[in-house]
Design a binder for this molecule. Structure first.
Ligand SMILES: *Cc1c(COP(=O)(O)O)cnc(C)c1O
Length: 427
């Protein structure tokens, strides 16, 4: 691999370099285990002295090709694929937080992440303080405690579509000596590369744009390799790991310490492994990611402009619109486009929203984003229904809000479908 390759080339050619006579396409290695000739070699593998595969829970050649490619595309040192985006986020945080410790997070989160942080992590003794991402840096810094181990946010908040102020978040994390962990699912490395903006760890739900065709659940953690874990706050990465016969991650693996610990310790124990078939499909999805993200972004901007001017629509929310509060940040951090998700408020509130969803023909009612096919959702009655109304508002969800994940169909057909459904919604 040429390290100077552009993202579009990495998306096609990265991650996998077949030797003479080997398969041109990444093979699906549908095997739990791998065969060896002698015990000494297996011992070396277990001791992490030689690279290789011994059990698919800890690593698999198909997953490896996907992990290498996404790490290259994000500009990180290495990656770990997981069974879902939720698994990626859970492992990413458990790798550096334990009972008695604390995380500061932007409040504008994907519903599943909000539940993980507000309900399940606290049950494990890890507290999360939510901050308004638009609060001044001092206010965000004031949420930190001596036990805080990470600052967490999404590149583009879901579903409010607020673009993160990377400069502010990176400077707060740096001053507090904790890593900035970014969920880059909505932007993908084509639209935004968080490591260049001060992030230290990136997580993805590969289920969305990376797959791109709604076939597979999966996630990935990418390590930027830039954080200094030896600053006194992260002894688990510096001191000998008793559960891995005294392994010292920082000393042994340098900039890849975080991601190797996540694999050999947490993946070993929790087992949220990506299926080889899914890793194959994610790798295939990455081939066309740059092309798809261009079209998703173009279509979403055109549809957002159309909706904003429509008489049955009270507001439209898309960072590419000049009216959006994040428009300036979108231009700064997402110059190639603001991805495919937009929200709007329908006149007539929740009742009209329900009629609209049911009247859409081309755009399907699906609990998903990031598919090549367009889909529509009313979050207050679906994805965010487990949250209280207060929590919903704090995550940016109002009763009249409709979310569209704009696909890569022809824009004329999308506009026609939205127009006929809006007409029915107002009857
Ligand atoms: C979907 C999603 C997740 C969770 O991913 P799963 O693959 O569904 O577990 C996390 N973050 C964001 C931004 C998402 O859109």
């Amino acid at each position: 691999m040429d390290t100077n390759w552009k993202l579009e080339t990495l998306a096609i050619q990265g991650g996998y370099e077949p030797k003479a006579g080997e398969a041109r396409i990444v093979p699906i290695v549908q095997s739990t285990t791998f065969k060896y000739d002698d015990a000494d070699y297996v011992a070396k593998l277990f001791d992490l002295e030689v690279p290789g595969f011994f059990y698919t829970r800890l690593g698999n050649p198909t997953a490896d090709a996907f992990e290498k490619k996404i790490a290259q595309m994000e500009g990180g040192v290495a990656a770990l694929a997981t069974s879902s985006g939720q698994a990626a986020i859970t492992l990413a945080m458990l790798n550096i937080c334990q009972a008695g410790q604390h995380i500061v997070s932007a409040s504008t989160l994907y519903g599943g992440t909000y539940n993980l942080f507000s309900s399940t992590l606290p049950k494990l003794g890890i507290e999360v303080t939510f901050v308004n991402p638009d609060a001044p840096a001092e206010e965000i810094a004031a949420a930190f405690r001596p036990t805080t181990r990470a600052l967490y946010a999404e590149t583009i908040g879901n579903p409010g579509m607020n673009v993160l102020d990377f400069e502010k978040f990176a400077s707060v994390a740096k001053a507090q000596q904790v890593p900035l962990v970014i969920d880059n699912t909505m932007a993908t490395p084509y639209l935004c590369r968080p490591f260049e903006l001060g992030a230290n760890i990136v997580v993805h739900s590969a289920t969305k744009y990376i797959d791109g065709h709604a076939t597979s659940l999966g996630g990935v953690i990418v390590d930027g390799g830039t954080f200094n874990w030896d600053n006194g706050k992260f002894p688990e990465l510096v001191e000998p790991d008793a559960s891995y016969h005294g392994m010292q991650y920082v000393k042994t693996f340098g900039p890849a310490a975080y991601i190797i610990k996540a694999r050999v310790q947490l993946m070993r124990d929790l087992g949220a492994t990506v299926a080889p078939m899914n890793a194959f499909l994610f790798n295939l999805g990455l081939h066309t990611l740059p092309l798809r993200m261009q079209r998703h972004s173009e279509n979403a901007l055109a549809l957002a402009r159309h909706l904003e001017a429509h008489p049955a629509v009270s507001w439209a929310c898309y960072p590419g619109l000049a009216s959006h509060s994040s428009h300036g940040r979108a231009q700064k951090y997402l110059p190639k486009g603001a991805s495919g998700v937009l929200t709007f408020g329908i006149k007539g509130g929740a009742a009209a929203g329900k009629k609209f969803m049911e009247a859409c023909k081309l755009i399907a009612l699906v609990v998903h984003v990031g598919d090549a096919r367009s889909c529509v959702l009313h979050p207050a009655s679906t994805t965010h229904r487990q949250l209280s109304e207060e929590q919903q508002l704090s995550s940016g969800v109002s009763p009249d809000l409709i979310r569209l994940s704009v696909g890569i169909e022809h824009i004329d057909d999308l506009i026609a479908d939205v127009d006929q459904a809006l007409a029915i919604s107002q009857k």
